[in-house]
Design a protein around this ligand. Sequence first.
Ligand code: ZN
Length: 575
Amino acid sequence: MTARRLRFAHRTALALLASAAVGTFHTSDGMAQTADLVFVNGKVFTADARSSLAEGFAIKDGRFIAAGSSAAMRGHVGAATKVVDLAGRFVAPGLADGHLHGVSGGPGIDLANARSLDELFAVVGRAAKDAQPGAVIVSNSDWHEAQLKEKRLPTARELDQYAPVNPVVLVRGGHEYVLNSAALARWGVTKQTQSPAGGEIGKDEAGELNGELVDNARSLVTLPSQRAPTLDNVLATQRTLNGYGITSVRVPGSFRLGEFFHTLDLVLEARKRDLLTLRFNVNLPAARAGTRLRDPASVRELLARSPLKQDEGDEWVRLGGVKLGVDGGFEGGFMTQPFVGAMGRGGTYYGINTVPAADFTAITRALNQDGWRVTTHAVGDAALDVVLGGYEAANADRSIAGRRWAIEHLFVSRPDQIARLKKLDIALSVQNHLYLAAPSLKKYLGIERASQITPVKTYLEQGFLVVGGTDSPVVPVNPFWQFYHFLTRDTITDGIYGENERVTSRIDLLRMITINYARLTGEADIKGSIEAGKLADFVVLSDDILSVAERAIPQMKALATYVAGKEVYRDPSYQ
Ligand SMILES: [Zn+2]
């Protein structure tokens, strides 16, 4: 079906509001099956093949048994059935985040609320005053300089004024540290220190250390070991996510909560004790920035530690595959065109290739031979060249098409790469980094390139399976911010970037975080839409996200979230 016909089909589906034909279950004698729970009088986006709207649905034993008109749903009411009147509220399938590491930036001083360098320095200064002599001060990671009035990182010398004695390591996102002079001295980083392969030691225009350690250069620093996460941390994470209407998350190679396998054990423990209200698709870490996994043998050794093999698990925790990486993030995406401004160093800086092409290809071929499904972090188009080389070599050994291989992020790609990706049947996992970091990306890459970052409209038109997400805590977890950004291309502090990439179909955007997610994880037969037979995961929203004014979308919220037919979150304002 062409994009235009698909859009037409969506409109037709809208016009056929509650056509009542959506999967009503009847028993063999023709009587409608009695439900535990029936919802009526809503506007229900089913995310079925036609994106049909319904007025309600019926649930039995944690699964939908029907969706359709209120009248048809009342046919499922028996003596013990609870009936909920939605009073016109909008309902969607449970929302999914296709790329999520955690919900907060971990322990340490909290910079998430700083809106200027002065506010950031005040937090650092207070921590330094309270710190024991010699204690290392570490920050959380879910902040970015684009949120600061000055739109830049602090320098080592500035941090020295507020923390002259204690070493300070500001952890910014997943790819960069900023150190003060005491920290640089503690780990022996000097002007003469060579940047390790796949990393950068930051210097200012005068050639002095500015305190920044990017990607693999972070391995020069050993952060003080943090308290290991507990089961309570996992439960708090899922409570926060349920509060946004999120019922499924795909974890790409790292839990921000703590060490990967320890955290996975906690998730499995929660599953065993029947405590989960969030469904996990977990992808094992290998060959990413900051690790030394450079060859098939060490990758195989790491994967052998996993308590689950690929596709093992159940509808609560399932092992998806392996996550690889080949380049840096905002300031280290590997590009064929150089960075600009100070970052470009006179047109000589192209970002960071964290895993050389030959190593990546060897690892990818080995994983494919072992039957693994692979997804790879690639931000720049040069990174995508590396990934394509590896995927094509693997594909020549054994076809990867139809096996749900994917790419994470893909900020920048070239038209000549698209056909190759399509031929390999690669899915795209995209997030709204630009919403948060637009001013920095403009500074690093120039407005022309920055304005076209993560071109979701183009990716959809090219027919890729596109799945939405946030990369939380790199970008805040809010799914409505993500929806708003892809719909408008608006950014938090710098206006609209790339009007031409606005995704005009709100239905497409909702499908990206519902049924498309389930297709990527191979679970479209059990979730992702409100259809008979599927798990009853759904969310009641504060507004009709298909028609509410654009400017109101970032303030939207979940009013109630259900997983397997059970309420797991309710907004205090919702009766
Ligand atoms: Zn990530």
